[in-house]
Design a binder for this molecule. Structure first.
Ligand SMILES: Nc1ncnc2c1ncn2[C@@H]1O[C@H](COP(=O)(O)OP(=O)(O)O)[C@@H](O)[C@H]1O
Ligand SMILES: [Mg+2]
Length: 504
């Protein structure tokens, strides 16, 4: 089998290896790269490994006098046989041995002198756990292999997508959503709900995915007040004192009872009226009313949910909560808190299909260090992170500041897709919270280019470098470049001037 593969070099014997865990080989091809998968024959079967590092050496340049001689005779330097002395050594981590199509732990070292080949692509697919009906995320770097991960492995135990802004996270999310929308019923389709902060996913509602996606504008999103439990409403106003909370709960229970008789839902103005007319103590009432009026000012509560549960979660469909037209952070927090909880509860009861909740700017919705007053959506995100997988409730958290993202939530993300990150504290935070990452990988994070990522964790059996594929949907992002905004401004100004001149 190995004969059809590209030959890359020859195993050498060094002080430490070949061992059962690693070997080195001298490279005789320019096609060896860090992260590449290789194979070599052993007595046990085909040993499979990954190149973890590559070093180049030249004994000619080790000795000071030969370097000095070489520099002095610059014009005739070609005459020095320096390249004859150069060699490149690749360090390989042994991953396992293929025996009768099964990958076993390697229990015997590679043999010095044995040839090393680029890994067989079919074996590689099998080793990494790629399947034909998997989600196609892009190309494995250094190999002609499509990264087709099992939906289960990628999402069931939650996914984090991390990287600096501009590194390709949202572009990748669009690719992932396309894959989810294109799944066939026989392969299992889940519902996707995305919290879209910058209006980057509204394009899904038109074009080729238009029949499978719906967008809800932030200003039109409503929460049905009568559906909130008294406790949840009290949680939405964390500033309330204990006694104010109890009074509010009593009034809500009354209203709920009456609603059953009347068959007519109540809303926030009715709650406010009831509080105003009630005989609550004078030191509690005004404060309670102030807080309720503040809630009302958010313009978020009504008599029915928009979107409804049915609109929110349907198999093989996408629901975009487009919060780009909202400024008030509390309003955004409440939307995420309410709909995330609603999804989770409904899923637990089996009322809706399994779903994935994708949260952009997740560090704002589940921050590591903010008081409960500012992070109303954090408890429910952490709840889904901890318990969701049992019920088919998955999270995908997207963030450019992993350090500020809830450690509880991040540590529950068993798959991680990491784009370029330059801040050393963020890299350190990731290295600490992702088990499968080693120092070599951590070092590579700052060298990734736009659209390149490392996939770690459950999704793959070994960390891989991937080039994210091109998206099929049209990019209808609302965010514009500085150039186009500047051009538009001048065009409008020019038009105004012409209009004035024409009028005169
Ligand atoms: N895989 C890719 N292929 C082609 N262009 C990409 C890719 N990933 C990102 N880009 C481009 O790079 C820019 C930044 O990507 P984006 O996904 O918005 O970054 P982020 O969400 O991390 O801030 C966008 O203009 C996008 O079109
Ligand atoms: Mg983005």
């Amino acid at each position: 089998m190995a004969s059809s593969q590209i030959e890359l070099g020859t195993v050498i014997s060094t002080f430490e290896d070949p061992s059962t865990g690693a070997f080195h080989f001298v490279v005789n091809s320019s096609r060896v790269r860090k992260g590449q998968f290789v194979q070599t024959r052993t007595d046990d079967g085909l040993l499979f490994g990954a190149v973890t590092d590559i070093t180049r050496a030249n004994r000619y340049f080790e000795r000071a006098e030969s370097v000095a001689e070489y520099s002095r005779s610059a014009p005739i330097a070609e005459n020095f046989p320096t390249t004859d002395w150069e060699y490149t050594v690749a360090c390989v981590k042994a991953l396992g041995v293929f025996q009768n199509d099964f990958l076993l732990r390697s229990t015997f070292p590679a043999a010095p002198g044995e040839k090393v080949f680029s890994a067989d692509e079919e074996q590689l697919r099998r080793f990494l756990g790629f399947v034909d009906d998997g989600l196609n995320l892009g190309k494995l770097q250094n190999h002609d292999v499509e990264v087709k991960v099992k939906m289960n492995n990628l999402l069931q135990k939650h996914l984090s997508v991390l990287g600096i802004s501009g590194s390709g996270k949202s572009y990748f999310m669009s690719c992932l959503i396309e894959e989810l929308l294109e799944r066939k019923p026989e392969h299992g389709r889940i519902a996707s709900v995305i919290v879209d902060i910058h209006g980057e996913y509204v394009g899904f509602a038109s074009g080729q995915y238009g029949d499978r996606a719906s967008v809800f504008q932030g200003k039109k999103i409503k929460i049905a007040l009568h559906k909130l439990s008294p406790q949840t409403l009290a949680e939405f106003v964390p500033e309330l004192s204990g006694s104010a909370r109890r009074e509010l709960e009593v009034i809500l229970y009354d209203l709920k009872r009456e609603m059953k008789d009347k068959q007519e839902p109540f809303d926030l103005p009715e709650v406010i009226q009831r509080v105003a007319e009630s005989e609550i103590k004078e030191n509690v009432k005004p404060i309670l009313l102030t807080h309720l009026h503040q809630l009302k000012a958010l313009n978020l509560f009504g008599k029915a949910d928009n979107p409804s549960l049915k609109q929110l979660a349907l198999p093989g469909r996408l629901c975009v909560l487009d919060l780009s037209d909202l400024d008030n952070p509390k309003r955004k927090q409440l939307i995420v808190a309410y709909f995330a909880r609603r999804l989770f509860k409904a899923r637990k009861k089996g009322k809706i299909p399994p779903f994935v909740l994708l949260v952009e700017e997740a560090h704002n919705f589940a921050p590591e260090r903010l008081s409960k007053f500012e992070a109303l959506s954090k408890p429910v995100i952490n709840l889904i992170a901890r318990e969701g997988r049992k019920f088919g409730a998955s999270l995908c958290l997207i963030s450019q500041r992993p350090k500020y993202l809830s450690t509880t939530a991040l540590s529950q993300c068993n798959s991680n897709i990491i784009f370029r990150i330059t801040n050393p504290y963020d890299v350190k935070h990731i290295a600490e919270s992702c088990e499968s990452i080693d120092q070599n990988m951590a070092n590579a994070i700052s060298t990734l280019r736009v659209g390149e990522a490392i996939i770690l964790g459950e999704a793959v059996s070994y960390p891989i470098f991937v080039k994210i594929r091109s998206r099929r949907s049209r990019n209808a992002s609302k965010s514009e470049t500085l150039e186009s905004l500047a051009k538009k401004f001048e065009q409008v100004e020019e038009q105004k001037k012409q209009d004035v001149e024409a009028f005169l």
